[in-house]
Design a protein around this ligand. Structure first.
Ligand code: C2O
Ligand code: CU
Ligand code: CU
Length: 483
């Protein structure tokens, strides 16, 4: 397979902070056109059905890989649901192992959240009710079986969820699915010499999280997105197990941030670079009115415990995420950026809110060096235990969480709530973190504010965890109830 040859030519040996395969010279459009996940529109039916199944997926011109998907061989459909409208889901498992469908970004009661306590046994169907009592946002869904999440997501059990209110035309935003409103699931993967998906994390990847050497967008390698000669909206989902992207355009045109994880901003923010950690989503507008092609690229962020000990991360040379090719036969629906948006920035009253301190820890003991399994990761010294409730809180209470990460950057995610980032290392949050969030990259210490508005019983608690999936599976996770 050519990508692997490229890696060999570049001499990227494995090792701490292993570099990416694709050289900057690869910034060119290919004639393979990017396809988007099928749209599953549940806005009027108020019901959608998912079936977890096995697939045979050919990522490139190599051999087929054995994969998992929802309703298809790899990944799942983009589910569109209506804000404010109660929607039912039916998730059926045809796999030979338990899986789940966690609605990452939906604020729903614990029993419908799809975390490890809602595992669906082989042959079973789970029927949650989603009240969708939240503003429009790009959310996503993925399996969440403790100890198996990293592998199951790697194999394909993930998809995108759009909460919509049908007001995007009024907002002046692109909304034609796959034409000017593009869903982009970013994942890095590794393939063996036959072209088969390879996931066999050794000590280094178990510790830092898996980082692949091949960029896969919507389950495809080396494709280009055809775009109209107008304004294009990209809903970017970091569905990677561990890779942090720092995105920019090859010709340094701006990425106009319009929405963070959990909703719209009050106005677009023009960024040269956008950092997106695993689990995070960002909606950006890109201006193609000039008719010029461009390439979405990323710095190769090194995020490793060793790097952290030796004085911080760093980043290698940029690689191609996705080339864009203007196709003048596509309809131009929006040709100017909106001046403002109707999103409400978070502004929670935290004056007297109780403070909770969490520290995300990696143990560097002998067990970690020599064992490939077991819990090496913890929060406040405790590795995840499904039978232990780490704390409980009250409905409608507001809390301030101070989250500190050890040794490397950790994307921290909380279920059942949207939060405000009050500060990052004592300073005002960077642009990517000013809107409503449910996942935030912890590089040092962050201070969050959140209000718990949905219930979660002790039997169906909410999770909080690092979204580096190997860390989560290794125990960097806790659970809480909301009474
Ligand atoms: Cu996206 Cu608890 O997960
Ligand atoms: Cu989640
Ligand atoms: Cu982590």
């Amino acid at each position: 397979m050519k990508l692997l040859n490229r890696r060999e030519l570049l001499g990227h040996a494995a090792g701490f902070g292993a570099a990416f395969a694709l050289p900057s010279a690869a910034f060119a459009a290919s004639d393979k056109r990017l396809a988007y996940p099928p749209l599953l529109d549940a806005t009027t039916s108020r019901l959608f059905q998912l079936e977890a199944r096995t697939g045979e997926t050919r990522f490139d011109d190599g051999a087929a890989s054995e994969t998992f998907g929802y309703n298809q061989g790899y990944l799942g459909p983009t589910i569109r649901v209506q804000a404010g409208v109660e929607t039912r889901a039916e998730v059926h498992n045809t796999l030979g192992e338990p899986m789940s469908a966690h609605w990452h970004g939906l604020v729903v009661a614990g029993e419908f959240d799809g975390g490890p306590h809602q595992a669906i046994a082989p042959g079973d169907t789970w029927k949650p009710v989603l009240d969708l009592d939240q503003p429009p946002a790009t959310a996503w869904y993925h399996s969440h079986i403790h100890g198996a999440t990293a592998r199951q997501v790697m194999l394909g059990l993930a998809g995108v969820l759009q909460v919509t209110d049908d007001a995007d035309d009024a907002r002046g935003l692109p909304s034609a699915y796959g034409v000017d409103d593009l869903t982009l699931v970013l994942q890095d993967r590794q393939f063996n010499w036959r072209g088969r998906l390879k996931y066999d994390p050794g000590m280094h990847q178990s510790m830092n999280g898996f980082q692949g050497d091949t960029m896969v967008v919507n389950g495809q390698i080396g494709a280009s997105a055809a775009v109209p000669k107008g304004i294009v909206r990209c809903r970017v989902v970091n569905g990677s197990n561990a890779r942090v992207y720092r995105l920019s355009m090859s010709d340094s045109r701006s990425l106009h941030l319009i929405a963070t994880d959990a909703g719209f901003l009050d106005r677009p923010i023009a960024l040269n670079r956008l950092t997106l950690a695993p689990g995070e989503r960002a909606e950006v507008l890109v201006d193609f009115t000039s008719g010029r092609d461009s390439v979405l690229k990323s710095d190769d962020i090194i995020n490793s415990a060793m790097g952290g000990m030796m004085g911080g991360g760093g980043s290698g040379s940029p690689f191609t995420v996705l080339p864009f090719a203007v196709d003048t036969t596509l309809p131009v629906r929006i040709d100017a950026l909106p001046g403002s948006l109707d999103g409400q920035l978070p502004d929670l009253a935290v004056k007297d809110a109780p403070v909770r301190r969490l520290s995300l820890d990696m143990s560097m003991g002998m067990g970690m060096m020599f064992s490939r399994s077991g819990n090496r990761f913890s929060i406040n010294g405790a590795s995840y235990d499904s039978g232990t409730l780490n704390f409980s809180t009250k409905i409608n209470s507001i809390e301030r969480w101070i989250v500190r990460g050890a040794m490397m950057m950790h994307p921290f995610h909380v279920h059942g709530v949207r939060f405000q980032v009050l500060s990052e290392n004592g300073t005002a949050p960077r642009a990517e973190n000013r809107g409503w969030k449910d996942t935030v990259l912890v590089d040092g210490e962050v201070e969050l504010a959140m209000k718990f508005e949905k219930p979660a019983s002790a039997a169906a608690p909410y999770m909080y965890h690092c979204h580096i999936l190997e860390h989560e599976d290794g125990g960097m996770m806790g659970q809480f109830s909301v009474a």
